[in-house]
Structures are given as C-alpha cells and as structure tokens.
Design a protein around this ligand. Structure first.
Ligand code: PEP
Length: 254
C-alpha cells in the first residue's frame, strides 16, 4: 500500500491528556456538531481524562465521534488504587484505548512487555488499542530510530492481536508537545519500516492503521496525511480546541 490512505479509512484521534474540566465538553460538542451529517470522512475519536469519559461518551452517543481511554490496567478488577481497567473503560463508553504513550513509558516506567499485556487486556474486552511507539532525540541523533521503533513494536504487540482491530501511533518523543515535527521524509521512512514489521508480526499487518503523532496542527496535517502509509494522526494540544481539531479533520477529509 504505497499510496495515501482513503479518507474513510483514516483515524483522527485527539488525546486530551490531563486537561479538561466540564468546559472542555463544549469543545467536543462543537466538533460533533460540525461533523453531523457528513459521510465518507475519517473516523474521529477523542480520548479525554478518565473523569470525563462517561459524560463525553454519553454526550457523543450517536454522533459518530468515538471516545477512548488514555491507558488501562492489565487486570479486569481488583486492588489497584488509582488505576482503571479496560472493562471500566468499556463501561464508560470507550471504543479505543491509547496504550504505551511515551508519557506513560517515561513518566510511569512502562516497558514494552507491560504495554503488550495492556494491549491484550484492552483487545480482549473489545477495545481498539492504539499502541504508541517512538524514539527519543538521542536515539534519532544516534542513528537508532528505526532499530528502537522496530524493537518497541516487537515487544509491545501481543500475539493475541492477530486478526483484531488495532492501530499503531508513531510518535517521536522529541516531537510531542514541542512544536517540532518529524520531516515528511522521516515520517515516510518510519511508517514504511513499521508496515514491514507489522507484515512480519501479524497476518493482517498490511491493513493496520499507522498514525503519526507529534505536534500535528492544521498547518501541515494535509501533507502528513497524504504521505504513503500514514493512516491518520494522533493529536495532543491541537485537539483541545474544536477549531484546531476540526481543521485537522477537514484536512483528513480530502
Ligand atoms: C500526543 O500527546 O500524543 C501528542 C502527539 O501531543 P501533541 O500533538 O501536543 O504533540
């Protein structure tokens, strides 16, 4: 698949991270209103803080805009203070779950093996995992970006995902929240390498969406989305305001 992904097969996912009180729900309402009645566009998802997940899922019910969690525990229930299970995400209305985000890998010491267990737990209850991978600046400058991301992929994808819906988000750590974006050439090179690895790892590796994430804004989104093997984008900061998120969704509609 060396051509750009059709609009309807793209996934545009917003990661609100630890942002959003009730006022943030108004931004999601504006997104849903602007997309109402449109057909053939990309799949759109918003991943709010866990405290907003149920309210947001209820608010967006029937709108076509999906919701997702930002993490999940590997167990279904139990004495895990502060954690949230995949089952609870589903009960709160989530359809997807971002897993292995670099802010979890770095800030919470999450290993590839743990991310793989989370991806399995999420998939087992019907969530679509978005498994994040990406190199640090030191790794890129040391010429190790491809090797690092291949290793993360091999370690973070459990065999149990074979044939099931999941997506990969390539997010260079140095591009997240910094305003610095990977060049189109580097995105294409990495996405091709990820595709090749996916083909080795799973029978449906040719159909798994590979998203790019890292300082995506409306400006530049169209070029990223038109690149071969880019199946959508994972958007942090620019997903917090309806205007900027909608501009990215519009770029994905073309
Ligand atoms: C992210 O949090 O996954 C992300 C890509 O953030 P930002 O778009 O703000 O760089």
């Amino acid at each position: 698949m060396a051509h750009s992904t059709p609009a309807s097969a793209r996934l545009i996912a917003g990661n609100w991270k630890m942002n959003g009180g009730a006022g943030q729900l108004r931004e999601a309402a504006k997104v849903a209103a602007a997309l109402a009645g449109k057909i053939g566009g990309p799949r759109v998802a918003i991943c709010p803080p866990a405290t907003l997940l149920h309210r947001l899922s209820e608010q967006l019910r029937g709108s076509g805009v999906l919701t997702g969690g930002q993490d999940c525990h590997v167990e279904a229930a139990g004495a895990f203070t502060g954690d949230i299970s995949a089952d609870l995400l589903v009960e709160a209305g989530a359809r997807l779950a971002i897993l292995g985000h670099s802010e979890r890998r770095q800030g919470h010491g999450e290993s590839d093996a743990l991310v793989a267990r989370k991806a399995q737990a999420a998939s087992d209850v019907g969530l679509e995992p978005i498994v994040c991978v990406g190199e640090t600046l030191i790794e890129r400058e040391g010429g190790r970006a491809l090797e690092v991301v291949r290793r993360q992929l091999r370690g973070s994808l459990p065999p149990g995902l074979a044939g099931r819906a999941f997506a990969i988000a390539y997010e260079p750590v140095w591009a997240i929240g910094t305003g610095a974006r990977a060049s189109e050439d580097d995105i294409v090179e990495m996405h091709r390498a990820i595709r090749a690895e996916l083909m080795n790892l799973t029978s449906h590796g040719g159909r798994v969406s590979i998203l790019y994430g890292g300082s995506v804004t409306a400006d530049g989104a169209a070029a990223i989305l038109a690149a071969p093997e880019v199946g959508g984008v994972l958007v942090g900061g620019a997903s917090l305001r309806a205007e900027s998120f909608l501009a990215i969704i519009e770029a994905a509609e073309r």
